[in-house]
Design a protein around this ligand. Structure first.
Ligand code: CC7
Ligand code: ZN
Ligand code: ZN
Length: 257
């Protein structure tokens, strides 16, 4: 089992230099897209992928930088590639995704639903679900916008990937100390206050042993000004392919490209 991650983008919702914070996870030749924001269709194209190369899609929550590219994906899969892509998402998000986002653009007669465009796989929270051979996920409800469901992702019991979330020191301590999580990709707002995201100054209060496992993503366009100001934490680089198994808490990147 060889799990790799490549970020289509590492930017915040308002970033323009960086693309939306969406990821490709590959395991043994199969590819999962984690979130499909506004910039995802062009980002995939620029990396040489078509939507048809994706084996499944997994969503964290309903914000445009995480789902804004789904209409194009759905139309291309239906009218160009003629198949329904597998769509994993929390069971609590299924109705909202259709009724409050995709229906307006996708529905052409009133009988059509999300299931006409996707092979929908609702996931229950707090238990493992197989995504691809060699890849499973547990959804962890995390706080982002009040009254808006949002999920972070625990892959293969050791790799935590935050959906957008406020700083939650107890959760991060528990993941590392109780569940032996070794790699944490975390959204990071560079400037305080961290009202709907974790901000850098909050993440810098974590114990060093946790910071050594943290890789920062979902950052603003002035990220270069913060290089060298993140303690033991590292920035995830957009488009770079990382071998997740080799990302150790000693801060060694398993870079293969
Ligand atoms: N209550 C809110 C709601 C939204 N926002 C900003 O809008 C962005 C939507 O995408 P995001 O990546 O969740 O980041 C949110 C905030 O920048 C915000 O700052 N406060
Ligand atoms: Zn976001
Ligand atoms: Zn969000």
């Amino acid at each position: 089992m060889d799990l790799k991650i490549q970020m289509l983008g590492t930017g915040s919702a308002f970033a323009k230099v960086f693309n939306n914070n969406n990821a490709l996870l590959t395991v043994d030749g199969l590819t999962l897209l984690v979130d499909c924001g506004i910039t995802a269709p062009k980002a995939l194209y620029e990396l040489g992928y078509s939507f048809n190369d994706l084996d499944a899609i997994l969503l964290t929550h309903i914000h445009a930088d995480h789902i804004g590219g789904l209409e194009e994906l759905a139309f291309q899969m239906k009218y160009i590639f003629g198949r329904k892509p597998i769509l994993f998402l929390a069971d609590t998000l299924v109705e909202t995704l259709w009724e409050h986002s995709l229906k307006g653009g996708l529905q052409q007669d009133e009988t059509e639903t999300l299931h006409d465009f996707f092979d929908v796989r609702p996931l229950s929270v707090g238990q493992p679900h197989d995504l691809l051979p060699g890849l499973h996920v547990e959804l962890i409800a995390t706080r982002h916008i009040p009254n808006k469901a949002n999920y972070s992702l625990l892959f293969n019991d050791f790799f935590f990937y935050s959906g957008d979330t406020v700083f939650d020191s107890d959760l991060l301590n528990s993941l590392v100390n109780d569940r032996d999580v070794r790699v944490i990709f975390h959204d990071c707002q560079l400037h305080p206050p961290g009202v709907v995201h974790a901000c850098l100054s909050q993440l810098l209060t974590l114990p060093k042993a946790i910071q050594e496992r943290v890789f920062l993503m979902h950052y603003g366009d002035d990220q270069p000004d913060f290089v060298g100001r993140t303690g033991p934490m590292k920035f995830v680089e957009q488009h770079r392919i990382y071998d997740v198994d080799q990302l150790t808490f000693a801060g060694q990147f398993g870079m293969i490209e």
